[in-house]
Design a protein around this ligand. Structure first.
Ligand code: PGA
Length: 245
């Protein structure tokens, strides 16, 4: 089964999120071949959860705090997301870069997500000029510290090269395929041969490149930013994933 994640980022307030959700629900029919995880603003999670009574989509948060509760003004804990979200994105490069999140911070969030039986989507990816192999090994090592062999099966890894995000230019499939091998070998090194973490690709995915990316060996789905805000484009990406599952 392929996993298609929609990261709406800081777009769409509550009424717009509901309107977009309704458009998507009219244009997308999910089945056993594909799961679609919509990640709206925190504010819309509860409302979309009510709209999603038939379970057509899964809902995810874009971030969380590592603590369960406390004097942390403005933060939302993984514990608070239980019941309104099934997935939580952690370590998105925008948070690493703009809010200074370290691998340790990301790891603490990921462990909090697992502690509450939610599914973490761990974003990793090199910046321009960096060695993908070095950065990914370090981010996997740091981000997955303390995760056991049972929990790793619940983790989704999203490979998002920073230069590709929002640029309209995804890397060629050969480059993505090589990086997938690096990720797999690092996971095998850390958890052994029988690991089953899903690996997604993200960064300028659209309805034109989705098919070729989904054909890459070891790619289990896509993390879609900009194109997830366009209902017909996103619906087309889901259709492509259904056919590839
Ligand atoms: P993009 O964003 O699809 O707009 O490049 C992807 C992401 O940042 O998750």
């Amino acid at each position: 089964m392929k996993t298609i994640v929609a990261n709406w980022k800081m777009n769409l307030g509550v009424p717009s999120s509901v309107a977009h959700f309704v458009r998507l629900s009219e244009q997308i029919a999910t089945n056993d071949n594909v799961e679609v995880v919509l990640c709206p603003t925190y504010l819309a999670l509860q409302t979309l959860n009510l709209e999603n009574q038939n379970g057509q989509f899964k809902l995810g948060a874009q971030n969380c705090n590592a603590e369960d509760a406390g004097a942390l003004t403005g933060e939302v804990s993984a514990e608070m997301l239980v019941g309104v979200a099934s997935h939580v994105i952690v370590g998105h490069s925008e948070r690493r870069k703009k809010y200074g999140e370290t691998d340790h911070d990301v790891n603490q969030k990921l462990l909090a997500v697992l502690r509450h039986n939610l599914t973490p989507i761990l974003c990793i990816g090199e910046d321009k000029g960096e060695s993908a192999t070095d950065v990914l090994r370090q981010q996997l090592d740091g981000g997955l510290t303390g995760v056991n062999t049972r929990q790793i099966g619940q983790v989704i890894i999203a490979y998002e090269p920073i230069a590709a995000i929002g640029s309209g230019h995804a890397p060629n499939v050969g480059d993505i395929a090589r990086v997938v091998e690096v990720i797999k070998s690092q996971l095998t090194y850390m958890f052994g041969r029988n690991i089953s973490a899903k690996i997604l690709y993200g960064g300028s995915v659209d309805d034109r490149n989705a098919e070729n990316i989904l054909l890459i060996n070891g790619i289990d789905g896509l993390l879609v930013g900009g194109a997830s805000l366009d209902a017909p484009k996103f619906a087309k990406i889901v259709e492509i994933a259904k056919a590839r599952a």
